[in-house]
Design a protein around this ligand. Structure first.
Ligand code: G4P
Length: 496
Protein backbone atom coordinates (compact mmCIF):
# COMPACT_ATOMS: atom_id res chain seq x y z
CA UNK A 1 0.00 0.00 0.00
CA UNK A 2 1.53 3.27 -1.11
CA UNK A 3 1.44 6.22 1.24
CA UNK A 4 0.57 9.73 0.15
CA UNK A 5 4.26 10.53 0.33
CA UNK A 6 5.22 7.56 -1.89
CA UNK A 7 2.64 8.60 -4.46
CA UNK A 8 3.88 12.16 -4.60
CA UNK A 9 7.58 11.28 -4.65
CA UNK A 10 7.12 9.06 -7.69
CA UNK A 11 5.47 11.77 -9.74
CA UNK A 12 7.30 13.54 -12.58
CA UNK A 13 5.25 16.30 -14.16
CA UNK A 14 6.96 18.06 -17.03
CA UNK A 15 6.63 19.60 -20.46
CA UNK A 16 8.58 18.96 -23.62
CA UNK A 17 9.16 22.21 -25.47
CA UNK A 18 10.83 23.07 -28.73
CA UNK A 19 10.80 25.32 -31.70
CA UNK A 20 8.30 23.88 -34.21
CA UNK A 21 9.71 20.88 -36.10
CA UNK A 22 12.60 20.15 -33.79
CA UNK A 23 10.98 16.83 -32.88
CA UNK A 24 8.81 17.38 -29.80
CA UNK A 25 5.93 15.25 -31.08
CA UNK A 26 8.22 12.44 -32.16
CA UNK A 27 10.03 12.42 -28.82
CA UNK A 28 6.77 12.50 -26.87
CA UNK A 29 5.55 9.55 -28.84
CA UNK A 30 8.68 7.54 -28.19
CA UNK A 31 8.43 8.23 -24.47
CA UNK A 32 4.83 7.02 -24.51
CA UNK A 33 5.95 3.87 -26.31
CA UNK A 34 8.46 3.15 -23.53
CA UNK A 35 5.76 3.72 -20.98
CA UNK A 36 3.50 1.25 -22.76
CA UNK A 37 0.93 4.03 -23.07
CA UNK A 38 0.73 3.56 -26.82
CA UNK A 39 1.72 0.62 -28.94
CA UNK A 40 2.38 1.99 -32.37
CA UNK A 41 4.28 4.98 -33.58
CA UNK A 42 2.10 7.67 -35.12
CA UNK A 43 -0.58 7.39 -32.46
CA UNK A 44 -0.06 10.80 -30.95
CA UNK A 45 -2.43 13.41 -32.23
CA UNK A 46 -0.80 16.03 -30.19
CA UNK A 47 -1.28 19.74 -29.99
CA UNK A 48 0.88 19.92 -33.04
CA UNK A 49 -0.87 22.12 -35.50
CA UNK A 50 -0.27 21.19 -39.08
CA UNK A 51 1.67 23.69 -41.12
CA UNK A 52 -0.86 23.56 -43.93
CA UNK A 53 -3.50 24.93 -41.61
CA UNK A 54 -1.73 28.04 -40.38
CA UNK A 55 -4.12 30.41 -42.10
CA UNK A 56 -7.25 28.49 -41.28
CA UNK A 57 -7.91 28.96 -37.61
CA UNK A 58 -11.15 26.93 -37.55
CA UNK A 59 -9.08 23.99 -38.63
CA UNK A 60 -6.60 24.84 -35.91
CA UNK A 61 -9.36 24.94 -33.31
CA UNK A 62 -10.58 21.57 -34.50
CA UNK A 63 -7.13 20.20 -34.03
CA UNK A 64 -6.96 21.83 -30.64
CA UNK A 65 -10.22 20.10 -29.83
CA UNK A 66 -8.73 16.75 -30.66
CA UNK A 67 -5.79 17.62 -28.55
CA UNK A 68 -7.72 17.94 -25.29
CA UNK A 69 -7.08 14.27 -24.73
CA UNK A 70 -3.38 14.78 -25.21
CA UNK A 71 -3.18 17.92 -23.09
CA UNK A 72 -1.75 15.70 -20.39
CA UNK A 73 -0.32 12.30 -21.08
CA UNK A 74 0.05 10.16 -18.00
CA UNK A 75 1.82 6.83 -17.80
CA UNK A 76 3.92 4.69 -15.51
CA UNK A 77 7.52 3.84 -16.14
CA UNK A 78 9.95 2.00 -13.85
CA UNK A 79 7.79 2.69 -10.82
CA UNK A 80 7.44 6.39 -11.59
CA UNK A 81 4.24 8.14 -12.57
CA UNK A 82 4.89 10.49 -15.46
CA UNK A 83 2.67 13.36 -16.58
CA UNK A 84 3.71 15.00 -19.82
CA UNK A 85 1.96 18.31 -20.41
CA UNK A 86 1.58 19.08 -24.07
CA UNK A 87 1.99 22.60 -25.36
CA UNK A 88 0.70 24.02 -28.63
CA UNK A 89 3.31 24.24 -31.32
CA UNK A 90 1.78 27.22 -33.08
CA UNK A 91 3.41 30.42 -31.90
CA UNK A 92 0.14 32.33 -31.89
CA UNK A 93 -0.72 30.24 -28.87
CA UNK A 94 2.53 30.95 -27.06
CA UNK A 95 0.67 32.34 -24.06
CA UNK A 96 -0.95 28.90 -23.56
CA UNK A 97 2.50 27.40 -23.52
CA UNK A 98 3.79 29.92 -21.00
CA UNK A 99 0.92 29.16 -18.67
CA UNK A 100 1.38 25.44 -19.04
CA UNK A 101 4.96 25.93 -17.91
CA UNK A 102 3.64 27.27 -14.60
CA UNK A 103 2.16 23.84 -13.90
CA UNK A 104 5.25 21.70 -14.51
CA UNK A 105 8.06 20.75 -12.19
CA UNK A 106 10.65 20.48 -14.95
CA UNK A 107 11.14 20.81 -18.69
CA UNK A 108 12.85 18.94 -21.50
CA UNK A 109 13.98 21.20 -24.33
CA UNK A 110 14.32 19.57 -27.74
CA UNK A 111 16.80 21.13 -30.16
CA UNK A 112 17.29 20.25 -33.80
CA UNK A 113 21.01 19.52 -34.05
CA UNK A 114 21.13 20.87 -37.57
CA UNK A 115 19.67 24.20 -36.50
CA UNK A 116 20.78 24.81 -32.94
CA UNK A 117 18.83 27.17 -30.69
CA UNK A 118 15.88 28.83 -32.47
CA UNK A 119 13.68 31.79 -31.56
CA UNK A 120 10.81 29.98 -29.89
CA UNK A 121 13.25 28.01 -27.73
CA UNK A 122 14.76 31.27 -26.51
CA UNK A 123 11.42 32.66 -25.41
CA UNK A 124 10.46 29.44 -23.67
CA UNK A 125 13.75 29.40 -21.82
CA UNK A 126 13.10 32.92 -20.54
CA UNK A 127 10.00 31.61 -18.83
CA UNK A 128 11.92 28.66 -17.37
CA UNK A 129 14.63 30.96 -16.09
CA UNK A 130 12.10 33.27 -14.48
CA UNK A 131 10.69 30.34 -12.55
CA UNK A 132 14.01 28.56 -12.03
CA UNK A 133 12.54 25.48 -13.65
CA UNK A 134 15.07 22.64 -14.01
CA UNK A 135 15.71 21.84 -17.68
CA UNK A 136 17.27 18.98 -19.59
CA UNK A 137 18.27 19.34 -23.23
CA UNK A 138 17.79 16.71 -25.94
CA UNK A 139 19.86 17.33 -29.08
CA UNK A 140 17.70 15.64 -31.66
CA UNK A 141 18.22 14.51 -35.25
CA UNK A 142 21.77 13.33 -34.72
CA UNK A 143 21.12 10.95 -37.62
CA UNK A 144 21.37 14.00 -39.88
CA UNK A 145 24.41 16.00 -40.77
CA UNK A 146 24.24 18.61 -38.07
CA UNK A 147 26.37 21.06 -36.18
CA UNK A 148 29.32 19.94 -34.12
CA UNK A 149 28.15 18.75 -30.66
CA UNK A 150 30.48 21.15 -28.87
CA UNK A 151 29.20 24.06 -30.93
CA UNK A 152 25.66 23.01 -30.09
CA UNK A 153 26.43 23.07 -26.39
CA UNK A 154 28.13 26.47 -26.71
CA UNK A 155 25.05 27.66 -28.52
CA UNK A 156 22.82 26.56 -25.64
CA UNK A 157 25.07 28.19 -23.06
CA UNK A 158 25.19 31.47 -24.90
CA UNK A 159 21.74 31.66 -26.41
CA UNK A 160 19.80 30.17 -23.53
CA UNK A 161 22.03 31.49 -20.77
CA UNK A 162 22.43 28.28 -18.81
CA UNK A 163 25.47 26.18 -17.96
CA UNK A 164 25.46 22.76 -19.61
CA UNK A 165 27.11 19.42 -19.15
CA UNK A 166 26.76 16.41 -21.45
CA UNK A 167 25.43 13.20 -19.90
CA UNK A 168 25.40 11.04 -23.02
CA UNK A 169 27.51 11.20 -26.15
CA UNK A 170 26.89 10.10 -29.72
CA UNK A 171 28.75 7.39 -31.59
CA UNK A 172 29.11 9.11 -34.93
CA UNK A 173 26.86 11.72 -36.46
CA UNK A 174 24.74 11.80 -39.60
CA UNK A 175 25.02 8.58 -41.58
CA UNK A 176 27.48 7.08 -39.10
CA UNK A 177 25.30 7.76 -36.04
CA UNK A 178 24.17 4.47 -34.52
CA UNK A 179 24.06 4.74 -30.71
CA UNK A 180 24.80 6.81 -27.64
CA UNK A 181 26.60 5.97 -24.42
CA UNK A 182 26.61 7.44 -20.92
CA UNK A 183 29.74 9.47 -20.33
CA UNK A 184 30.11 7.97 -16.89
CA UNK A 185 30.11 4.48 -18.42
CA UNK A 186 32.26 4.77 -21.52
CA UNK A 187 32.88 1.95 -23.95
CA UNK A 188 36.38 0.45 -23.83
CA UNK A 189 37.06 1.04 -27.46
CA UNK A 190 36.56 4.48 -28.94
CA UNK A 191 37.65 5.95 -32.26
CA UNK A 192 40.41 8.56 -32.20
CA UNK A 193 37.86 11.29 -32.78
CA UNK A 194 35.80 10.10 -29.82
CA UNK A 195 38.91 9.77 -27.69
CA UNK A 196 39.68 13.41 -28.43
CA UNK A 197 36.08 14.37 -27.62
CA UNK A 198 36.38 12.64 -24.24
CA UNK A 199 39.50 14.63 -23.38
CA UNK A 200 37.79 17.85 -24.31
CA UNK A 201 34.68 16.98 -22.30
CA UNK A 202 36.71 16.09 -19.24
CA UNK A 203 38.66 19.30 -19.55
CA UNK A 204 35.75 21.64 -20.11
CA UNK A 205 32.52 20.42 -18.55
CA UNK A 206 31.71 19.95 -14.89
CA UNK A 207 30.35 16.63 -13.68
CA UNK A 208 26.56 16.55 -13.48
CA UNK A 209 25.49 18.10 -10.19
CA UNK A 210 21.90 17.39 -9.28
CA UNK A 211 21.61 20.31 -6.87
CA UNK A 212 22.64 22.75 -9.59
CA UNK A 213 20.25 21.12 -12.02
CA UNK A 214 17.37 21.37 -9.53
CA UNK A 215 18.21 25.03 -8.92
CA UNK A 216 17.84 25.69 -12.65
CA UNK A 217 21.53 26.54 -13.03
CA UNK A 218 22.80 23.53 -14.96
CA UNK A 219 21.24 21.70 -17.88
CA UNK A 220 22.30 18.11 -18.58
CA UNK A 221 22.53 17.47 -22.32
CA UNK A 222 21.58 14.31 -24.22
CA UNK A 223 22.16 13.41 -27.84
CA UNK A 224 19.98 11.21 -30.01
CA UNK A 225 17.40 10.71 -32.65
CA UNK A 226 13.77 10.61 -31.63
CA UNK A 227 12.85 9.36 -35.06
CA UNK A 228 15.26 6.42 -34.94
CA UNK A 229 14.64 5.89 -31.24
CA UNK A 230 18.28 6.29 -30.31
CA UNK A 231 19.24 7.97 -27.07
CA UNK A 232 15.63 8.22 -25.94
CA UNK A 233 15.66 5.51 -23.29
CA UNK A 234 18.88 6.92 -21.84
CA UNK A 235 17.15 10.29 -21.53
CA UNK A 236 14.03 8.77 -19.97
CA UNK A 237 15.96 6.71 -17.43
CA UNK A 238 18.13 9.62 -16.38
CA UNK A 239 15.11 11.89 -16.31
CA UNK A 240 12.98 9.81 -13.94
CA UNK A 241 15.90 9.32 -11.58
CA UNK A 242 16.96 12.95 -11.47
CA UNK A 243 14.06 15.21 -12.36
CA UNK A 244 12.21 16.67 -9.38
CA UNK A 245 9.03 15.30 -7.88
CA UNK A 246 6.42 18.03 -7.24
CA UNK A 247 8.04 21.06 -5.69
CA UNK A 248 6.78 23.47 -3.04
CA UNK A 249 4.66 26.25 -4.53
CA UNK A 250 4.39 29.83 -3.35
CA UNK A 251 1.01 31.19 -2.40
CA UNK A 252 0.50 34.80 -1.33
CA UNK A 253 -0.12 33.62 2.21
CA UNK A 254 2.62 30.98 2.55
CA UNK A 255 4.62 28.29 0.83
CA UNK A 256 2.65 25.11 0.17
CA UNK A 257 4.46 21.81 0.43
CA UNK A 258 3.19 19.00 -1.83
CA UNK A 259 3.27 16.51 1.05
CA UNK A 260 0.71 18.39 3.09
CA UNK A 261 -2.30 16.08 3.37
CA UNK A 262 -4.83 18.85 2.66
CA UNK A 263 -5.68 19.27 -1.01
CA UNK A 264 -4.79 22.51 -2.79
CA UNK A 265 -4.54 23.30 -6.50
CA UNK A 266 -4.73 26.07 -9.09
CA UNK A 267 -6.24 26.45 -12.52
CA UNK A 268 -3.66 27.06 -15.24
CA UNK A 269 -5.68 26.41 -18.35
CA UNK A 270 -9.26 26.41 -19.54
CA UNK A 271 -10.14 24.54 -22.66
CA UNK A 272 -13.41 25.71 -24.15
CA UNK A 273 -15.57 23.59 -26.34
CA UNK A 274 -15.99 25.41 -29.62
CA UNK A 275 -19.29 23.76 -30.31
CA UNK A 276 -21.98 26.34 -29.38
CA UNK A 277 -24.39 23.52 -28.52
CA UNK A 278 -22.10 22.29 -25.78
CA UNK A 279 -20.98 25.35 -23.91
CA UNK A 280 -18.91 23.35 -21.47
CA UNK A 281 -15.23 23.68 -20.88
CA UNK A 282 -12.59 21.80 -18.99
CA UNK A 283 -10.69 23.64 -16.29
CA UNK A 284 -7.25 22.13 -15.80
CA UNK A 285 -5.99 22.15 -12.24
CA UNK A 286 -2.50 21.39 -11.08
CA UNK A 287 -2.66 19.68 -7.71
CA UNK A 288 -0.17 21.47 -5.46
CA UNK A 289 -0.59 19.43 -2.30
CA UNK A 290 -2.29 16.39 -0.85
CA UNK A 291 -4.90 14.20 -2.42
CA UNK A 292 -7.83 15.29 -4.56
CA UNK A 293 -10.97 13.16 -4.26
CA UNK A 294 -14.03 12.85 -6.40
CA UNK A 295 -17.34 14.04 -4.92
CA UNK A 296 -15.65 15.82 -2.06
CA UNK A 297 -16.42 19.43 -1.20
CA UNK A 298 -13.62 21.91 -1.86
CA UNK A 299 -13.46 25.67 -1.52
CA UNK A 300 -13.41 27.80 -4.64
CA UNK A 301 -11.40 30.55 -2.94
CA UNK A 302 -12.19 33.51 -5.20
CA UNK A 303 -15.92 32.95 -4.84
CA UNK A 304 -15.72 31.59 -1.32
CA UNK A 305 -18.02 28.78 -2.36
CA UNK A 306 -18.08 25.02 -1.79
CA UNK A 307 -17.97 22.87 -4.89
CA UNK A 308 -17.65 19.19 -5.57
CA UNK A 309 -16.90 17.36 -8.74
CA UNK A 310 -18.56 14.17 -9.83
CA UNK A 311 -16.59 13.66 -13.03
CA UNK A 312 -13.00 14.80 -12.60
CA UNK A 313 -10.77 13.42 -15.29
CA UNK A 314 -7.18 12.39 -15.46
CA UNK A 315 -5.38 11.56 -18.61
CA UNK A 316 -3.95 8.09 -18.80
CA UNK A 317 -2.56 6.47 -21.88
CA UNK A 318 -4.08 9.22 -23.98
CA UNK A 319 -7.54 8.56 -22.71
CA UNK A 320 -9.58 10.84 -20.56
CA UNK A 321 -10.82 8.82 -17.62
CA UNK A 322 -12.93 9.68 -14.66
CA UNK A 323 -10.84 9.26 -11.55
CA UNK A 324 -11.64 8.84 -7.87
CA UNK A 325 -8.44 10.40 -6.65
CA UNK A 326 -5.33 12.19 -7.80
CA UNK A 327 -2.19 13.41 -6.06
CA UNK A 328 0.06 16.43 -5.84
CA UNK A 329 1.81 16.73 -9.17
CA UNK A 330 -1.14 15.40 -11.13
CA UNK A 331 -3.38 17.44 -13.38
CA UNK A 332 -7.13 16.99 -13.06
CA UNK A 333 -9.59 18.20 -15.65
CA UNK A 334 -12.80 19.55 -14.10
CA UNK A 335 -15.82 19.91 -16.36
CA UNK A 336 -16.96 23.49 -15.92
CA UNK A 337 -19.63 25.86 -17.11
CA UNK A 338 -17.91 29.15 -16.47
CA UNK A 339 -17.12 29.01 -12.75
CA UNK A 340 -13.38 29.14 -13.11
CA UNK A 341 -10.83 31.65 -14.28
CA UNK A 342 -7.17 31.11 -14.93
CA UNK A 343 -5.33 31.45 -11.63
CA UNK A 344 -8.23 30.31 -9.43
CA UNK A 345 -7.37 28.32 -6.35
CA UNK A 346 -9.24 25.32 -4.93
CA UNK A 347 -8.50 24.14 -1.39
CA UNK A 348 -9.80 21.94 1.39
CA UNK A 349 -10.96 25.11 3.10
CA UNK A 350 -7.90 27.29 3.53
CA UNK A 351 -7.90 30.82 2.14
CA UNK A 352 -4.96 30.57 -0.27
CA UNK A 353 -4.00 32.33 -3.46
CA UNK A 354 -1.28 30.79 -5.56
CA UNK A 355 1.21 33.09 -7.21
CA UNK A 356 3.24 32.49 -10.31
CA UNK A 357 0.62 32.80 -13.02
CA UNK A 358 1.86 35.96 -14.61
CA UNK A 359 0.47 37.58 -17.72
CA UNK A 360 3.06 38.17 -20.41
CA UNK A 361 3.16 41.27 -22.52
CA UNK A 362 1.12 40.72 -25.68
CA UNK A 363 2.70 41.44 -29.03
CA UNK A 364 -0.33 42.73 -30.92
CA UNK A 365 -2.94 45.22 -29.81
CA UNK A 366 -6.31 46.33 -31.12
CA UNK A 367 -9.16 48.45 -29.86
CA UNK A 368 -12.33 46.41 -29.64
CA UNK A 369 -15.54 48.22 -30.57
CA UNK A 370 -19.14 47.20 -30.35
CA UNK A 371 -20.60 46.75 -33.84
CA UNK A 372 -24.17 46.23 -32.68
CA UNK A 373 -25.46 48.84 -30.22
CA UNK A 374 -28.28 46.52 -29.12
CA UNK A 375 -25.83 43.92 -27.93
CA UNK A 376 -23.54 45.84 -25.60
CA UNK A 377 -24.28 43.56 -22.64
CA UNK A 378 -23.60 40.42 -24.65
CA UNK A 379 -20.34 41.87 -25.86
CA UNK A 380 -19.19 42.84 -22.37
CA UNK A 381 -20.04 39.42 -21.01
CA UNK A 382 -18.35 37.62 -23.89
CA UNK A 383 -15.19 39.67 -23.64
CA UNK A 384 -15.04 39.15 -19.88
CA UNK A 385 -15.46 35.39 -20.13
CA UNK A 386 -13.02 34.96 -22.98
CA UNK A 387 -10.42 36.93 -21.04
CA UNK A 388 -11.04 34.79 -17.93
CA UNK A 389 -10.38 31.80 -20.11
CA UNK A 390 -7.06 33.32 -21.06
CA UNK A 391 -7.73 33.70 -24.77
CA UNK A 392 -6.18 37.18 -24.74
CA UNK A 393 -5.64 40.13 -22.43
CA UNK A 394 -7.81 43.14 -21.86
CA UNK A 395 -6.51 46.61 -21.06
CA UNK A 396 -8.51 49.77 -20.53
CA UNK A 397 -7.01 53.01 -21.76
CA UNK A 398 -6.74 55.55 -18.97
CA UNK A 399 -7.11 58.35 -21.46
CA UNK A 400 -10.41 57.52 -23.09
CA UNK A 401 -11.68 54.38 -21.38
CA UNK A 402 -11.53 52.38 -24.59
CA UNK A 403 -10.96 48.65 -24.39
CA UNK A 404 -7.79 47.23 -25.85
CA UNK A 405 -7.29 43.56 -26.56
CA UNK A 406 -3.72 42.26 -26.59
CA UNK A 407 -2.69 38.95 -28.10
CA UNK A 408 0.45 37.14 -29.21
CA UNK A 409 -0.83 36.51 -32.71
CA UNK A 410 -3.32 37.60 -35.33
CA UNK A 411 -5.24 34.32 -35.02
CA UNK A 412 -6.59 35.16 -31.61
CA UNK A 413 -8.42 38.22 -32.92
CA UNK A 414 -10.21 35.99 -35.38
CA UNK A 415 -10.97 33.43 -32.70
CA UNK A 416 -12.38 36.12 -30.40
CA UNK A 417 -14.54 37.67 -33.09
CA UNK A 418 -15.93 34.29 -34.12
CA UNK A 419 -16.63 33.18 -30.60
CA UNK A 420 -18.29 36.48 -29.64
CA UNK A 421 -20.60 36.08 -32.58
CA UNK A 422 -21.40 32.40 -32.16
CA UNK A 423 -21.39 31.95 -28.41
CA UNK A 424 -22.47 35.37 -27.16
CA UNK A 425 -24.45 36.71 -30.07
CA UNK A 426 -22.35 39.85 -30.11
CA UNK A 427 -20.62 41.68 -32.92
CA UNK A 428 -17.30 43.40 -32.62
CA UNK A 429 -15.10 45.54 -34.78
CA UNK A 430 -11.33 45.97 -34.51
CA UNK A 431 -9.39 49.14 -34.83
CA UNK A 432 -5.71 48.73 -35.17
CA UNK A 433 -3.42 50.12 -32.53
CA UNK A 434 0.24 49.97 -33.42
CA UNK A 435 1.84 49.24 -30.08
CA UNK A 436 5.08 47.56 -29.22
CA UNK A 437 4.71 46.21 -25.70
CA UNK A 438 2.65 46.49 -22.56
CA UNK A 439 4.89 47.06 -19.54
CA UNK A 440 3.73 46.69 -16.00
CA UNK A 441 5.34 49.52 -14.07
CA UNK A 442 6.30 50.08 -10.46
CA UNK A 443 8.53 52.44 -8.54
CA UNK A 444 9.48 53.38 -5.01
CA UNK A 445 9.65 56.97 -6.11
CA UNK A 446 6.02 58.04 -5.99
CA UNK A 447 6.80 61.55 -7.23
CA UNK A 448 8.56 60.33 -10.34
CA UNK A 449 5.78 57.83 -10.97
CA UNK A 450 3.19 60.59 -10.74
CA UNK A 451 5.15 62.69 -13.23
CA UNK A 452 5.41 59.72 -15.55
CA UNK A 453 1.65 59.14 -15.35
CA UNK A 454 0.99 62.75 -16.29
CA UNK A 455 3.50 62.93 -19.11
CA UNK A 456 2.47 59.58 -20.57
CA UNK A 457 -1.24 59.84 -19.86
CA UNK A 458 -2.21 58.86 -23.37
CA UNK A 459 -0.20 55.63 -23.09
CA UNK A 460 -1.39 54.53 -19.68
CA UNK A 461 -3.82 51.65 -19.24
CA UNK A 462 -5.06 49.29 -16.57
CA UNK A 463 -4.95 45.51 -16.90
CA UNK A 464 -7.81 43.25 -15.77
CA UNK A 465 -6.58 43.29 -12.18
CA UNK A 466 -6.37 47.06 -12.18
CA UNK A 467 -2.58 47.13 -12.37
CA UNK A 468 -0.90 50.03 -14.13
CA UNK A 469 0.48 49.37 -17.56
CA UNK A 470 2.52 51.57 -19.86
CA UNK A 471 1.76 50.90 -23.53
CA UNK A 472 4.96 51.65 -25.37
CA UNK A 473 4.42 52.27 -29.05
CA UNK A 474 7.98 51.44 -30.04
CA UNK A 475 11.17 49.93 -28.66
CA UNK A 476 12.72 53.37 -28.94
CA UNK A 477 10.03 55.05 -26.86
CA UNK A 478 10.44 52.37 -24.23
CA UNK A 479 14.17 52.75 -24.02
CA UNK A 480 13.84 56.53 -23.80
CA UNK A 481 11.35 56.13 -20.97
CA UNK A 482 13.74 53.77 -19.21
CA UNK A 483 16.50 56.36 -19.51
CA UNK A 484 14.40 59.33 -18.44
CA UNK A 485 12.70 57.66 -15.51
CA UNK A 486 15.48 55.87 -13.72
CA UNK A 487 13.48 54.78 -10.71
CA UNK A 488 10.65 53.21 -12.61
CA UNK A 489 10.90 49.51 -13.29
CA UNK A 490 9.34 48.31 -16.54
CA UNK A 491 8.29 44.66 -16.55
CA UNK A 492 7.20 42.50 -19.46
CA UNK A 493 5.28 40.19 -17.16
CA UNK A 494 2.65 41.05 -14.60
CA UNK A 495 4.46 39.32 -11.73
CA UNK A 496 7.88 40.39 -10.64
P1 G4P B 1 7.58 19.12 -33.53
O1 G4P B 1 6.56 18.37 -32.76
O2 G4P B 1 8.70 19.64 -32.68
O3 G4P B 1 7.04 20.18 -34.40
O4 G4P B 1 8.34 18.11 -34.51
P2 G4P B 1 7.95 16.64 -35.03
O5 G4P B 1 8.17 15.64 -33.96
O6 G4P B 1 6.63 16.66 -35.67
O7 G4P B 1 9.09 16.46 -36.10
C1 G4P B 1 9.23 17.32 -37.21
C2 G4P B 1 9.84 16.57 -38.36
O8 G4P B 1 11.16 16.11 -37.97
C3 G4P B 1 9.08 15.32 -38.75
O9 G4P B 1 9.29 15.14 -40.13
C4 G4P B 1 9.80 14.23 -37.99
O10 G4P B 1 9.65 12.96 -38.58
C5 G4P B 1 11.24 14.70 -38.10
N1 G4P B 1 12.09 14.18 -37.03
C6 G4P B 1 11.83 14.12 -35.71
N2 G4P B 1 12.85 13.56 -35.04
C7 G4P B 1 13.79 13.27 -35.97
C8 G4P B 1 15.08 12.66 -35.90
O11 G4P B 1 15.58 12.29 -34.87
N3 G4P B 1 15.75 12.53 -37.09
C9 G4P B 1 15.22 12.93 -38.27
N4 G4P B 1 15.95 12.75 -39.36
N5 G4P B 1 14.00 13.49 -38.37
C10 G4P B 1 13.29 13.66 -37.23
P3 G4P B 1 8.19 15.48 -41.20
O12 G4P B 1 8.72 15.12 -42.50
O13 G4P B 1 7.74 16.88 -40.99
O14 G4P B 1 6.99 14.58 -40.79
P4 G4P B 1 6.80 13.03 -40.97
O15 G4P B 1 6.33 12.90 -42.37
O16 G4P B 1 8.13 12.36 -40.75
O17 G4P B 1 5.81 12.70 -39.95
Amino acid sequence: MMTLQDEILRRRTFAIVSHPDAGKTTLTEKLLLYGGAIHVAGAVKSNKIKRTATSDWMEIEKQRGISVATSVMGFDYAGYHINILDTPGHQDFAEDTFRTLTAVDSVIIVIDSAKGVETQTRRLMEVCRMRKTPVMVFMNKMDREGKDPFDLMDDVEQELGIKVTPVTWAHGQGLTFDSVFFLNNRPDILTDKEQADMELIDGVYPAFDREQYLAGDLAPVFFGSAYKTIGVEELLRFFVENAPSPRPIEAQERQVNPMEPQFTGFCFKIHANMDPNHRSCIAFFKICSGRFERNTYYTHVRENRQMRFSAPTCFMAQKKETVDEAFAGDIVGLPDTGNFKIGDTLTSGENLHFKGLPSFSPEMFKYIENADPMKQKQLDKGVRQLMDEGVAQLFVSQLNGRKIIGTVGQLQFEVIQYRLEHEYNALCRWESLPMYKACWIESDDEQELEMFRKRKAQYMALDKEGREVFMADSAYVLSMAQQDYKHIRFHFTSEF
